[in-house]
Each structure stands twice: as structure tokens, then as C-alpha cells.
Design a protein around this ligand. Structure first.
Ligand SMILES: C[S@@+](CC[C@H](N)C(=O)[O-])C[C@H]1O[C@@H](n2cnc3c(N)ncnc32)[C@H](O)[C@@H]1O
Length: 329
């Protein structure tokens, strides 16, 4: 087991790995690590007894970082550059699928990737390094859709005011850099007090989610995992903010036969028979020790469910899993 106290402050520290391993022990068989990153989960699974890991990441840059330790697991790991919504195409009948959502500290720390409002860099934010960048988005999208993105993806209460300021600035000069955008947001919002997050935190999160279509990926990824899992296989998901966690929570509720429509105008979701049983009744949060060592763990929540022998159900709708939608962009 990894000793959290011995990990250097500069390493990417795998979040909630101890409760994950504890809940899925004894670890065995074939796993999919849907969000390989620095490989922390893949290594922990292999060290704990998994026979083989299919390690997926949409970011082509992450795999070279693994070269220094891959030899140790030769023949037991396959690296796959793809989005996790495709995971069932790469492996099936697996004993577990783990998701550790969002960006990694390496992605955030590299100014050139454009994820951080604290580091001057191109306004990019693309994990896969293909498709439209965050700059393309803020320089072209309508004010209404931009406001929706900031509000529904970032829970930014000043979304409309920020969207207006962005549009008015881009009419004079298009956005190119992260700090350029952060400065416009800072002008709209009062400076944060000590202990509060930076004014651009929620807007940057919202744009990152939009650029990478993160909620669509999560929605499709959960149903893909359901198809790839064998009987008694584990679904393990670590989320980092409330919207993500709600989607996972509703998916598990629906597939354990516990989701009932909140609206009397909507029919109850198609809940039975159940494809999963719950392993974690409530979301597991990091201990004070873990958050003191790894600030990224602060908002993390872990949910685990176990596959039954019931065949995969039909996909639910975005609304049934409370996935926010913002209109086409
Ligand atoms: C939080 S990091 C994972 C860290 C990893 N568990 C570790 O311990 O090193 C998330 C990783 O998932 C990748 N990722 C995010 N969304 C993805 C998706 N839809 N498909 C595939 N990879 C994705 C990101 O590129 C990033 O490298």
C-alpha cells in the first residue's frame, strides 16, 4: 500500500486510493483504469493483485511519463489513447472499472496547456489536444450560451455579467491567453478574500468542462462501464464537484433500483431489474490527513457499486441523471 506521508509534494498523488483498495479487496482479474493520468491508480491496482490493467487516457502526453516505471509491470498493462466513453470497445468482461475524473495536477501545472488562470499560457484547455480550444469557444459562442456554460457547468452566480463582459471585450480584441481572460473576470467580480477561491475558478472550470464535453463523456462512460463489467465487477468513481457527483449518484441509484422521478409529470425511470448493488452507501470523503498532504483531494468523493448478473439496461436520458445541458455550442 502507498504511504501517503512519503510522497513528495511535487508528485501527482492518487486521490482516495486507500479506501478504493480496501473496498475492492481482494483485488484480482482484469481492470480498466479509465483515467490513467500519472498512472497512480493503475500501479496501485497492479500492486494490490490485479492481473492486467487496460489504461485509458484521452491526453496523448501522459503516457511518456509512465516510461520510467512501466517495465516493472511488463505484460500486465496496455496503454490506450482514447476517450473513456469508448471503453467497452477496448475490453469486456472486466473485474473493475475506475474513473478519477477531471484534470491531473500535471495538466494544470503546465502553462502551455491553458488550464490555469494563474499561469500565462494559450487559452487551450483541450485534454485530447484536438478540436476547438477554449479561446475558440469564448471568441465565438453567443452571450446566452456562454452564460449558460458558466452557470450550469461552473455554478457561477455572476454568469450573465461575466458573459456580457467577455462579449464586449472580444468585440474589441479576441482572447488569446489564460491571464487575459482571468483579468476580464476579475474586473466583474470583487477580489476574493483570504481563504476564498480566485474569482476565475468557477468560470475556468465551466469552460474546461465545455471544451472537453466532460458531462457527455461521464454520462456515456458510465453506461459503457456497465456493459464492460463482468458479474461482481466493480464500478469505482471519484468526482471533484457537486454536479459530477450528482450524475454518478443518480446513475448508481437508477441502476440499483432506487431512482424515482422527482417530477410528478415524468414517469419513473426504468429502474428494474437492478444492474448494480451499492458498495458505498454514502460517498466516501478523504481523511484530514489526506487533504493536508494533497489539496486536490479536498473536494473528492468516492462511490463504488458492484455489477449484478442482470443484463445492461437501456440508457437513461440526460435529464434522468441530472446532466446539465446548455444548448448547442
Ligand atoms: C485526475 S487525472 C487521473 C489521475 C490518475 N488516477 C493518477 O492517479 O495518476 C484525470 C485524467 O483523466 C483523463 N481524462 C479526463 N477525461 C477523460 C475522458 N473522457 N477519457 C479519457 N481520459 C480522460 C485526463 O486527461 C487526466 O489525465
Amino acid at each position: 500500500m502507498m504511504d501517503l506521508d512519503l510522497i513528495s509534494k511535487t508528485d501527482h498523488i492518487p486521490v482516495l486510493i486507500e479506501p478504493i483498495i480496501k473496498n475492492i479487496s481482494p483485488v484480482r482479474g482484469v481492470w480498466i483504469d479509465a483515467t490513467f493520468g500519472a498512472g497512480g491508480y493503475s500501479r496501485a491496482l497492479l500492486d494490490a493483485g490485479a492481473d492486467f490493467v487496460f489504461a485509458i487516457d484521452r491526453d496523448p502526453n501522459v503516457f511518456s511519463l509512465a516510461e520510467k516505471w512501466l517495465n516493472k509491470y511488463s505484460g500486465r498493462i496496455e496503454l490506450i489513447n482514447d476517450v473513456f466513453s469508448n471503453l467497452e470497445k477496448h475490453a469486456d468482461d472486466v473485474n473493475g472499472v475506475v474513473f478519477d475524473l477531471g484534470v491531473s495536477s500535471m495538466q494544470l501545472d503546465q502553462a502551455a496547456r491553458g488550464f490555469s488562470f494563474l499561469k500565462e499560457g494559450p487559452l487551450d484547455m483541450r485534454m485530447s489536444q484536438t478540436g476547438p480550444t477554449a479561446a475558440d469557444l469564448v471568441n465565438s459562442v453567443s452571450e446566452k450560451i456562454l452564460g449558460n456554460i458558466l452557470y450550469f457547468f461552473g455554478e457561477e452566480r455572476a454568469s450573465r455579467r461575466i458573459a456580457k463582459a467577455i462579449i464586449s471585450r472580444r468585440e474589441k480584441e479576441l482572447f488569446e491567453t489564460t491571464t487575459d481572460l482571468a483579468r476580464v473576470i476579475e474586473k466583474v467580480l470583487p477580489r476574493s478574500k483570504p481563504g476564498q477561491s480566485h474569482p476565475a475558478t468557477r468560470s475556468f472550470q465551466a469552460l474546461r468542462i465545455a471544451v472537453n464535453k466532460e458531462y457527455e463523456e461521464l454520462f456515456d462512460g458510465l453506461f459503457s462501464a456497465e456493459k464492460a463489467l463482468s458479474v461482481d465487477g466493480y464500478l469505482v468513481v471519484v468526482t471533484f464537484h457537486s454536479i459530477e457527483d450528482r450524475i454518478v449518484k443518480r446513475f448508481i441509484k437508477a441502476r440499483t433500483g432506487n431512482l424515482h422521478s422527482t417530477s410528478r409529470y415524468l414517469p419513473d425511470a426504468d429502474v428494474l431489474p437492478a444492474q448494480f448493488t451499492q458498495i458505498t452507501r454514502k460517498a466516501v470523503k478523504p481523511t484530514a490527513n489526506e487533504t493536508s498532504i494533497n489539496s486536490r483531494a479536498r473536494s473528492a468523493k468516492l462511490r463504488i457499486a458492484k455489477r449484478t448478473n442482470c443484463k445492461p439496461g437501456k440508457n437513461l436520458t440526460l435529464a434522468e441523471l441530472s446532466v446539465p445541458t446548455v444548448g448547442d455550442y
